[in-house]
Write a new protein. Structure first.
Length: 353
């Protein structure tokens, strides 16, 4: 049985026993790509592949929509990658997802191939992809090749796809109850052997990326140069699960100016580049959300100009989150950095002892 079949079997049983009213998983599309899909019938499992190595967007955005008005009455099973699970944790903390009647099933993630490599090509078989990923990061997105959070341990159920016999693991009481009711065997203590090699390689890649960005993107001039090709389409923002404002300041009338102001700006800057407001948009977005950025790279996948926006945000977020001793989405119990104010921070911010 393939790894995906093992998860699909669980899905089939959960629907058959009416333990869930729906399942959110990845389903292959007619153009050989894949999209997230909410299915409610066993027959709709045909063509689903929860482990397909393709990232059509962060599923947390869909779950936000699913629970925005009210959570579902029936239980929903959501199958998702570790970076998506971490986005969910942040969005629950930010009151964007109502975490009721949802069972989260996460899996050890080998990474996903870039969207640009998929167009017109068949996505590799997910089962084979796992064995390739054990030894190489060559085919996956840079954001994945530098991701060391390949095991999610914040959901209800984990699927340890890199371990011997790929067991399910129950992380919460809800997960345990669910697996028991299904009659599926599971373990309760995580094993890590299968991931050690991958994680060590990913940390090395991550350090190399940060060294490169420190040289190429650090400082305002370099940052502006990195975004030189930006067409200000805001795709990165729309696809980011953490950009949560219902009305974006950068799309509001506050960014409209009288004609004379443009002349004035052009005189001051010795020529005004169009589209305008690029720097303020990217730096503004960074200041709004890097405490919660989960380095999923959905922004970069959505960028038509191939700007390494996800890698840049990942690097900025790593630095920002280090200051707050916070790791976005890793722990339910850690409070959002900007929601708390520690006494010692008063001196840091004001300089007053
Ligand atoms: S960023 Fe990490 S968790 Fe997300 S798809 Fe890539 S390897 Fe998987
Ligand atoms: S900024 Fe990019 S990498 Fe960070 S959470 Fe948003 S989409 Fe993911
Ligand atoms: S998606 Fe790319 S081109 Fe569009 S605003 Fe973001 S960085 Fe610029």
């Amino acid at each position: 049985m393939s790894l995906s079949d093992k998860i699909n079997k669980l899905c089939e049983q959960a629907l058959e026993k009416e333990m869930v009213g729906g399942i959110v998983t990845l389903k292959k599309t007619a153009d050989d790509s894949a999209m997230h899909c909410l299915i409610t019938e066993q027959s709709e499992l045909e063509g689903t592949d929860p482990l397909i190595p393709f990232f059509p967007g962060n599923v947390a955005n869909f779950v936000k929509k699913l629970t925005r008005i009210t959570p579902t009455t029936d239980k929903i099973l959501v199958i998702l990658r570790p970076c998506e699970m971490r986005a969910v944790v942040e969005m629950v903390k930010l009151a964007q997802i109502q975490n009721q009647n949802i069972i989260w099933l996460t899996f050890d993630c080998p990474g996903t191939i870039p969207r640009s490599d998929v167009r017109g090509e068949k996505i590799p078989d997910s089962h084979e992809f796992f064995s390739d990923a054990m030894n190489s990061d060559d085919k996956i997105r840079t954001i994945c090749a530098t991701c060391d959070y390949v095991r999610a341990d914040t959901g209800d159920i984990g699927f340890l796809s890199f371990e011997q016999d790929a067991p399910f693991i129950a992380y919460t009481e809800q997960g345990k109850k669910f697996l028991n009711e299904l009659g599926i065997e599971f373990i309760e203590k995580a094993v890590t052997d299968g991931l050690d090699k991958i994680i060590a390689r990913r940390i090395e890649n991550e350090n190399k990326l940060y060294d490169k960005l420190n040289k190429q993107v650090k400082g305002i001039d370099n940052l502006v140069a990195a975004f030189a090709g930006c067409v200000n389409c805001h795709n990165c923002m729309t696809n980011c699960p953490i950009c949560i404002c219902r009305e974006c300041f950068f799309e509001s009338e506050a960014m409209d100016f009288a004609g004379d102001m443009f002349i004035e700006l052009a005189r001051r800057k010795k020529g005004l580049r169009a589209p305008t407001d690029l720097g303020v948009f990217h730096i503004g977005r960074m200041s709004h959300m890097t405490t919660s950025c989960v380095s999923c790279g959905a922004c970069e996948e959505a960028c038509p100009e191939k700007i390494i926006v996800g890698q840049i945000f990942k690097w900025v977020a790593a630095n920002v989150q280090k200051v707050f001793d916070y790791s976005a989405g890793k722990k339910w119990e850690d409070e959002l950095p900007l929601k708390t104010f520690c006494e010692e921070e008063l001196e840091q911010v004001t300089g007053i002892e």
